[in-house]
Design a protein around this ligand. Structure first.
Ligand SMILES: *Cc1c(COP(=O)(O)O)cnc(C)c1O
Length: 420
């Protein structure tokens, strides 16, 4: 099936007399005939047992997203942050390290550099555009994974996924890709060698700013028996001696994530949240096409304005990442544009406050156009010098083009620019 068809049909096939629409199974728990059956589930979970870690409605969405990404399985989480966290904790424990590109979502930087450090897991940041030799030097004996973002939020750098997959695999560790901005409609990282894909489904997948969520997808391709991952190949005492690679084959990673981590952390979405996410997924392909079409026109408009210093939108001819975008995102680079207004932070704030249609909010990739000034919001604590080091120009605006008519969006930008 093609993506449009998968978005409507994957995960749920009603049988004779079943509801056409995926039902919301709003239940914490499930009933079994015998104590013995429940006992067996604690050794080998073959059915839904408790909605802290699995639920039939959420499962439909998990199957749909796994199918879209070309993975063998997926696990939904209650936020994108939870997905990033668990994707690492499933591989690394205290004393381990992993490598991440530095151009990633600000919330992920905090998680990796501050919170995981407190848990004894070290993140080594590398410049994604550095050559392979330089990146190779960041590896240590305890390095267990490599992490990057397809399309970085907010810098909009495009990652050379094949380069990173090659580097990770030369060191026998998996590549984890945050594919939030691209979505599987614009890029499928597994096809380029990624082993695990994570998303904040709060963005384009949900698309309507209704609920936060995340997902982890397992490609099923990484060899966890290579000697570096004893937690996969030795008995899990917390599950009566389950050996993930032996008992679950190419689904070892995603089943371990659910059986160990979701069981213990419980960051699982509700059935109702999954139902709403599914509604967003149903129209994802058609929305992504329109976001790209609208944003392309807005980017071209911004580029020719004499009040704008620079525009980052990889689909634009001449953009630093245009060549990589042609390879990894041939159908478009989503609806988010980053640009810098002449006159720095002060003018950026004035421009944003002058917008009437686009709303000022802490969100991105919504169906409605929204805008955020990273220097006064997500990166507020940093000095101007630190901002530049983090790749965030003090005057930079993250503009998330929505699905209003593009002429209305451009008119709004025009009237605000005219006031500067
Ligand atoms: C928003 C975002 C996250 C975090 O997701 P939440 O759902 O807000 O927890 C992670 N990665 C990227 C690229 C994001 O844009």
């Amino acid at each position: 099936m093609k993506d449009e068809t998968k978005c409507l049909h994957s995960g749920y096939t009603p049988k004779n007399g079943d509801p056409r629409v995926m039902p919301i199974v709003q239940s914490t728990t499930y009933v079994f005939d015998s104590t013995e059956h429940i006992g067996q589930l604690f050794d080998m979970p073959t059915a839904h047992m408790y909605s802290r870690f699995s639920n039939p409605t959420v499962e439909v969405v998990e199957k749909k997203i796994a199918d879209l990404e070309g993975g063998v399985g997926a696990m939904c989480t209650s936020s994108g942050q939870a997905a990033s966290l668990l994707s690492i904790l499933n591989i690394c424990h205290s004393g381990d390290s992993f490598i991440s590109t530095s151009t990633i979502y600000g919330g992920t930087v905090n998680l990796f550099a501050v919170t995981l450090k407190k848990l004894g897991i070290e993140c080594i940041f590398v410049d994604a555009d550095a050559d392979e030799e330089t990146i190779n030097q960041a590896f240590q004996a305890n390095t267990r994974a490599v992490f990057g973002e397809t399309l970085a939020n907010p810098a909009l750098a495009v990652l050379d996924i094949e380069k990173f997959a090659r580097i990770a695999h030369n060191h026998q560790v998996p590549l984890i890709i945050d594919n939030t901005f691209a979505t599987p409609i614009l890029c499928k990282p597994i096809a380029f060698g990624a082993d695990i894909v994570v998303h904040s489904t709060s963005k384009y997948m949900d698309g309507h700013a209704l609920q936060t969520g995340g997902v982890i997808v397992d490609s099923g391709k990484f060899d966890w028996t290579n000697g570096k991952y004893p937690e996969f190949t030795q008995p899990d005492e917390s599950y009566h001696g389950v050996v993930y690679t032996r008992d679950f084959g190419n689904m070892a990673y995603i089943i371990k994530a659910r059986m160990q981590l979701m069981r213990d952390f419980g960051a699982y979405p509700s059935a109702h949240s999954a139902f709403l996410l599914n509604l967003g997924l149903e129209t994802l392909p058609i929305r992504m096409r329109q976001y790209c079409e609208n944003a392309q026109k807005v980017a071209v408009f911004l580029k020719q304005s004499d009040k704008i210093e620079s525009v980052s939108y990889a689909a634009l001819e001449g953009d630093k990442y245009h060549e990589l975008a042609k390879k990894y995102l041939p159908d478009g680079t989503c609806g988010v544009i980053s640009f810098v207004i002449k006159g720095g932070k002060e003018m950026a704030v004035k421009f944003m406050d002058g917008l009437k249609l686009a709303s000022n909010e802490v969100h991105v990739a919504d169906i409605r156009t929204c805008v955020l000034h990273p220097a006064s919001a997500t990166h507020r604590q940093l000095t101007d010098e630190q901002l530049i080091a983090a790749g965030v120009n003090p005057g930079m605006i993250r503009f998330s083009v929505g699905l209003e008519h593009v002429e209305d969006i451009i008119e709004d930008i025009q009237q605000s620019l005219a006031q500067l």
